[in-house]
Design a protein around this ligand. Structure first.
Ligand code: 2NL
Length: 346
């Protein structure tokens, strides 16, 4: 075959291949195979020496023209492929901003937190202040200042978590109140509630937990009477459980109050007729209370001849169990999400 025809054939062949190629890699292969150092066009140029003097410039010019035509075709094709590649990529990576978002699981307050806050709000509404204090207490504020002297059965080592001889995990939140009174030393009245965690050495079961919550209340002023206690507790009970509920006070005993009482609310299930919830009595025990023992006032620097006060203590777990029909105190602490999520929205 004549050199000229060979070049024309190479050009035709190369242009055809360039047209068919769809990827940059294949296009590069075409470039190397036709225009590379070992390619057919280079080969033709190398063999120029064998041509006649007349033919040489003609073939040389043609070879360069073929090389340029193929190069141009490859560059053109390259631009097209790159453009297509870009469009494909943009198509693939399009973000549909109109798609709905994935649902986010929102948490909420623990049932106990809600109950404690509800009770706090209720007492704040009656002029009480909320105060908190340490969970590790001294023997003095946890027991001594509350008329529980050394040797008192309630101070049994077996019942409390002692840290040292003098330090223990508080067994009630009353030490916060004892500290407050002690701070004021009889200089002013006290109207406070103190919510918080307390600790007892108990074996956990459906109604006992070694760590639980307490809310205590204290009102010390001149002329505070049992009727003031009854009025405040009545409002509390009706607001928390419903205006249709009645309360009653029964005599009881606590070392830090005299007299001491226990408060019941009327049973809603049976309207006082007697059922399993109220154990056939028509009444459900809610909390303990009383008038602050004169010795407790005196130890904190309050003259019991001038000042008097009432105090009460309740367990928010028990309140929540009654209000929401929870049958096991351990539900508050095992954190089964199926239990917890029943008590808040979302
Ligand atoms: C109950 C009974 C009660 C108190 C707590 C108290 C505190 C001071 C002085 C006098 Cl500083 N009393 N607290 C009084 C009576 C009862 O708790 O059954 N709690 C769950």
């Amino acid at each position: 075959m004549k050199v000229k025809e060979r070049l024309q054939q190479l050009e035709k062949e190369a242009l055809e291949k360039v047209k068919q190629v769809t990827s940059l890699k294949d296009l590069q292969d075409v470039r190397v195979s036709y225009l590379g150092k070992k390619g057919p066009i280079t080969e033709v140029l190398r063999g120029m020496g064998k041509l006649s003097k007349e033919e040489r410039p003609v073939i040389g010019e043609l070879a360069n023209k073929v090389r340029q035509t193929i190069t141009d075709a490859i560059d053109e094709r390259k631009a097209v492929i790159e453009e297509e590649e870009m469009e494909r990529q943009m198509e693939e990576e399009t973000i549909d901003v109109t798609l709905p978002g994935r649902p986010v699981r929102v948490g909420g307050p623990h049932l106990l937190t809600s109950i404690v806050e509800e009770i706090e709000d209720l007492f704040i509404g009656m002029g009480f202040e909320v105060r908190e204090g340490p969970e590790v207490e001294t023997d003095y504020y946890n027991f001594e200042a509350l008329n529980l002297p050394k040797g008192h059965p309630a101070r049994d080592m077996q019942d409390s978590f002692y840290i040292t001889e003098e330090l223990l995990m508080r067994t009630h939140t009353s030490p916060v109140q004892a500290r407050t009174m002690n701070q004021y030393q009889g200089s002013k009245s006290v109207k406070m509630i103190c919510p918080g965690k307390v600790y007892r050495r108990d074996t956990d079961d459906a109604t006992h937990s070694h760590q639980f919550t307490q809310i205590e209340g204290l009102y010390v002023d001149k002329n505070v009477r049992l009727s003031d206690l009854k009025g405040v507790l009545n409002r509390f009970a009706k607001q928390l459980f419903g205006e249709d509920r009645e309360i009653r006070l029964r005599p009881s005993f606590f070392p830090f109050t005299e007299p001491s009482v226990e408060m019941d609310i009327s049973c809603k299930m049976c309207h006082g007729d007697g059922c399993s919830v109220c154990k056939q009595s028509g009444w459900i025990e809610i909390l303990g209370a009383g008038l602050v023992h004169p010795r407790v006032l005196k130890m904190a620097g309050y003259d019991p001849e001038v000042y008097s006060g009432f105090a009460f203590g309740m367990g928010p777990e028990r309140i929540a169990m009654l209000k929401y029909g929870v049958d096991d105190i351990r539900h508050f602490y095992t954190n089964d999400i199926r239990f917890l999520k029943q008590y808040h929205q979302a």
